[in-house]
Design a protein around this ligand. Structure first.
Ligand code: NAP
Ligand code: G4F
Length: 337
């Protein structure tokens, strides 16, 4: 009997990779999609089409995480074995300008999912998308499952709420609910407002002659960047554990934003200093200066390890954005291999 999974946030970067991963494993996959005035399913359209007359592998349900009735109704209709709660207002910078909408979906949305699971009369395994942003002004390096949280943004505060609620529902009601504390993970499907993709898209557009500068904020912040398809595998692995628990997923390496920028430009033979301008308005009121994760617990429990390093990640994202603007990456020696 094939298993059924429900993914909130299925239209996002992680949701699309997770849907592909679960379909390949033979799951029936359902996704919550909110009504938008423009097309929002671009990352999963290939999973919504009929294949050889067979029904599409993914079915969507209109719903908003801020609406507890919708969440409850969809869970009752789908009767999933596993739920992956990935829906969030996930942009840290935006959360300073929109704290209430961020709290509504990122914090209360998670509670709505927990309540919907609590109301079922069948067992469900739940994944809650936690974030390394919760470590904020880091109390130790590297950060692990035992590092205290010290959030520095409305987004991070909302994620801390969701984390503790997930632990609470696990303890109080015996729900198999796990928090993944994932460090930054990127891909060619990354939203264009996040710094990695903003840079690789900017480099491609400069090469294609569509623009001459790229405007960025704080270049000194450091992040632990991994490759998103590998991180969604860890989400699934967490739910296959006999006992629910919380796990950090990270590469263990940290790099400055400036290193990402310099690497992306150098791959196409350019010196970033001739193209990048900084704008104070892109700085955040409070910043998370440096993140580096320790994923040894996940490795010990289910053998998870990152496979793509920093340089390989920048490379694959620059190459993908060059192809998008019609430039063949193989003309650049560093991208040819
Ligand atoms: P993303 O690309 O921004 O996707 C967010 C998803 O949430 C989208 O599908 C979005 O739908 C949906 N969503 C937003 N508000 C909603 C609402 N009110 N109701 C229903 N759906 C809503 O984020 P991601 O990078 O895939 O990240 C997935 C999850 O992991 C998020 O919870 C994020 O906070 C967390 N996380 C991400 C990282 C990372 O580095 N990527 C690291 C740690 C944790 P639309 O398409 O309609 O906007
Ligand atoms: O790419 P970012 O916006 O990612 P950030 O803030 O680390 O958040 C991402 O990772 C979290 C995991 O730690 C997730 F939970 C969250 O949902 C999201 O996926 O910014 C990275 C760094 C920051 O220090 C930011 O100040 O890049 C700096 N930065 C510099 N210039 C910029 C820019 N960030 C953005 N978005 N845009 C800039 O122009």
């Amino acid at each position: 009997m094939s298993r059924t999974a429900l993914i909130t946030g299925i239209t996002g970067q992680d949701g699309s990779y997770l849907a592909e991963f679960l379909v390949a494993k033979g799951y029936r996959v359902h996704g919550v999609v909110r009504r938008t005035s423009v097309h929002s399913t671009g990352r999963i359209d290939h999973l919504l089409r009929e294949r050889d007359g067979a029904i599409p592998p993914v079915e969507t349900h209109i719903g908003d995480l801020t609406d507890p009735f919708a969440v409850h109704r969809i869970v009752q209709r789908v009767r999933p074995d596993e739920i992956y709660n990935l829906a969030a207002q996930s942009h840290v910078g935006v959360s300073f300008e929109a704290p209430l909408p961020t709290a509504s979906v990122t914090a209360l949305g998670a509670l709505h999912v927990l309540e919907a699971v609590r109301a079922t009369d069948w067992p469900i395994r739940l994944y809650q998308a936690g974030s390394s942003e919760m470590f904020g002004t880091v109390r130790e390096t590297p950060q692990s499952e035992t590092t205290p949280f010290a959030p520095r943004s409305p987004y991070a505060v909302a994620k801390v709420f969701a984390h503790h609620m997930t632990v609470h529902y696990r303890d109080a009601y015996g729900i198999h609910a796990s928090n993944g504390i994932l460090f930054n993970h990127e891909s060619p499907r990354r939203g264009e407002q996040f710094v990695t993709r903003k840079v690789t898209k900017g480099v491609a557009e400069i090469v294609a002659g569509r623009r001459s500068t790229l405007t960025l904020g704080n270049l000194t912040a450091r992040r632990d960047w991994g490759y998103a398809p590998e991180y969604v595998e860890a989400m699934w692995q967490m739910l296959q554990q006999p006992v629910a628990d919380d796990f950090v997923i990270a590469t263990g390496e940290t790099h400055a934003v400036e290193e990402w920028v310099a690497t992306a430009f150098s791959l196409v033979g350019l010196d970033w200093r001739g193209f990048v301008v900084t704008d104070e308005r892109l700085r955040r009121p409070t910043e998370v200066d440096s993140l580096r994760g320790d994923a040894r617990k996940a490795e010990a429990a289910f053998g998870w390890r990152p496979r793509t390093g920093f340089h390989g990640l920048v490379k694959l994202m620059v190459a993908a954005d060059l192809r998008r603007v019609g430039v063949d990456p193989s003309q650049f020696p560093e991208l040819a291999s």
